[in-house]
Design a protein around this ligand. Structure first.
Ligand SMILES: [Ca+2]
Ligand SMILES: [Ca+2]
Length: 309
């Protein structure tokens, strides 16, 4: 009875020691990893898709639980409308794939397709890497009035380590619900006890001690699941909106020329941002024929570049 209680007290220390002594992410055979791509985006652009990849070299994955954290929630927000098209879990439609606990900075994302979830069967991601993304994280970059320059932001994607003793659930499960992506390791340790009260030859009050003298020693072994912290960070380059983009599609092409012609001569709607339509480098901010000429030259005859002041 005493030893059972003391094992629970000791276990977090043991787990922490083992995690600290293991090699880094990816060094353990069979370790499941997460990777995030670098993405280019524009200020004010919405529904940017950031691909997140999973590397599962040995195990099929039927369930995952990952976490996402933004470093710049003031200029970027995560959306919760996940689109599974073109992902490894596209066929999991109907499975439990959802965003949990979204607070604007951090969210948890789970997807499950093992037997526990109804209507899904036991579909799983077979061992693979460098394939389709596990998911696309959708995000919006706020439409800041400041178009003077770009900046970088990052999104951290990670899985919590699995520990039975710390009651942390497994971040990855196989098709049958079993934890995958880590391994069991045999842990041996000893506990020392000193008797605080003898009654004859019987001890009625034990206390655990860390140093001799002691009256009893228990040597025990436990199998612990070791699952490194895995994760990656996506750097997102946020660029200023392109000079010459009249219709806010972040491209400069014929459609912008058409919009400008309609605006100048046909009473059409104005460019969405006047500073991006004043492409001739003039400082007066006027949008007129000289901007049209500059845009035509740029698009069709190798004229000078567009310049928005
Ligand atoms: Ca455009
Ligand atoms: Ca102008």
């Amino acid at each position: 009875m005493y030893s059972s209680i003391f094992r629970h007290i000791m276990s977090p220390v043991i787990v922490g020691t083992l995690l600290a002594s293991l090699p880094g992410t990816g060094a353990t055979a069979g370790q499941i990893g997460l990777r995030a791509d670098t993405v280019e985006a524009y200020i004010g652009q919405t529904n940017i898709q950031v691909p997140i990849y999973i590397d599962n070299p040995l195990d099929s994955v039927g369930y995952f639980s990952i976490h996402v954290r933004l470093d710049r929630p003031d200029v970027c927000t995560l959306r919760t409308d996940l689109d599974l098209a073109g992902t490894l879990i596209e066929s999991w439609d109907g499975a439990n794939t959802e965003v949990l606990d979204f607070d604007g900075i951090h969210f948890s994302l789970t997807g499950g397709c093992y037997g526990f979830f109804s209507g899904c069967g036991t579909r799983s991601i077979p061992p693979q890497s460098d394939s389709l993304p596990l998911i696309y994280l959708p995000l919006d970059v706020l439409d800041s009035p400041d178009t003077s320059g770009g900046f970088d932001l990052s999104i951290s994607v990670y899985a919590e380590p699995y520990s039975e003793w710390l009651m942390m659930p497994p971040p990855f499960r196989g098709p049958q619900g079993e934890p995958v992506g880590g391994s069991y390791q045999l842990v041996e340790d000893s506990l020392l006890f000193r008797c605080m009260q003898w009654e004859g030859e019987d001890c009625v009050d034990w206390e655990r001690v860390s140093l001799p003298p002691y009256d009893s020693v228990e040597i025990y072994s436990e199998e612990l699941w070791i699952n490194d912290l895995v994760g990656d960070t996506s750097v997102i380059h946020i660029n200023r909106r392109p000079c010459g983009d009249m219709n806010k599609d972040y491209l400069v092409d014929l459609s912008d020329l058409i919009l400008l012609v309609n605006y100048l001569f046909m009473g059409g709607p104005p460019p969405y941002d006047p500073t991006l339509a004043n492409v001739d480098g003039s400082s007066d901010g006027a949008i007129d024929l000289s901007d049209l000429i500059r845009l035509v030259g740029f698009l069709f005859s190798g004229g000078p570049g567009l310049q928005c002041l």
